[in-house]
Design a protein around this ligand. Structure first.
Ligand SMILES: Cc1cc2nc3c(=O)[nH]c(=O)nc-3n(C[C@H](O)[C@H](O)[C@H](O)COP(=O)(O)O)c2cc1C
Length: 212
């Protein structure tokens, strides 16, 4: 059975982002996909300190929800990021969480399916959507898409429930994501997963890191 982890970056447990994620969860349930929703936005999550602790110890130096989530992410076949739009970007709590989750974990995220969902009252949705998708596309994670950019509009959950096209987008997204996860699983068994080449790490540091 495929498993999806959903992160709600909003501080509102029952707000617009939650409404969008709930719509997806209903489809996942019907499709037999296991889900777990993590309420990231209510936690006090600080940003990455770039201390390098994770490189040596395999986990973040700040032992909070990020380290708790890491093994759940490792076990998942798909990850959904839900964020409210704050000043035309994903909200700060989710970004801090994601920087630390992706930077501090060394397990392969390759071929886990990603999907980003954003909610705004008015504007800034596609810029936020782009920012979230970048966590996936730097990590070898195929991105699930839908019948529109994955957004819902509203200031309150009640508004979001009236965004019928937004809700439809969420249902189609969950269906496409389910299909992708199953297809990747089948193809992996049939053809094997694609090879990942590593080693080259070109950043022209010229010893600057040593001098830090
Ligand atoms: C600090 C802050 C900044 C916001 N910036 C924007 C914005 O740039 N564009 C917009 O349309 N809505 C903005 N909003 C409104 C929220 O994005 C919108 O109400 C969202 O749907 C709330 O989702 P939630 O109920 O899941 O928290 C902002 C809200 C807050 C609190």
């Amino acid at each position: 059975m495929a498993k999806v982890l959903l992160l709600n970056g909003s501080p509102h447990k029952h707000g617009c982002v939650a409404t969008a994620l709930d719509e997806m969860i209903r489809v996942f349930d019907a499709e037999g996909v296991e889900t777990e929703l993590i309420q990231v936005g209510s936690a006090a999550i600080r940003g990455c300190a770039a201390c390098g602790y994770c490189g040596k110890h395999g986990k973040c130096v700040f032992d909070d929800l990020v380290n708790e989530t890491a093994p759940k992410f490792e076990a998942a076949d798909g990850l959904v990021l839900g964020s409210p739009v704050y000043y035309a970007s994903p909200n700060g709590t989710l970004l801090s969480f994601m920087d630390r989750l992706f930077y501090s974990t060394s397990f392969s995220k390759h071929m886990k399916v990603g999907a980003a969902v954003v909610s705004c009252r008015r504007g800034g949705n596609t810029a936020s959507f782009d920012a979230l998708n970048k966590y996936f596309t730097i990590s070898g994670m195929p991105v699930a898409s839908s019948t529109y950019w994955n957004q819902i509009h509203g200031f309150t959950a009640e508004d979001a429930r009236r965004d019928l096209e937004g809700l439809q987008t969420m249902r189609n997204l969950a269906r496409n994501m389910t299909f992708l996860m199953k297809a990747i699983q089948d193809a992996g068994e049939r053809y094997g997963m694609p090879q990942v080449e590593r080693g080259a790490f070109t950043s022209f540091t010229d010893g600057k890191r040593d001098a830090e």
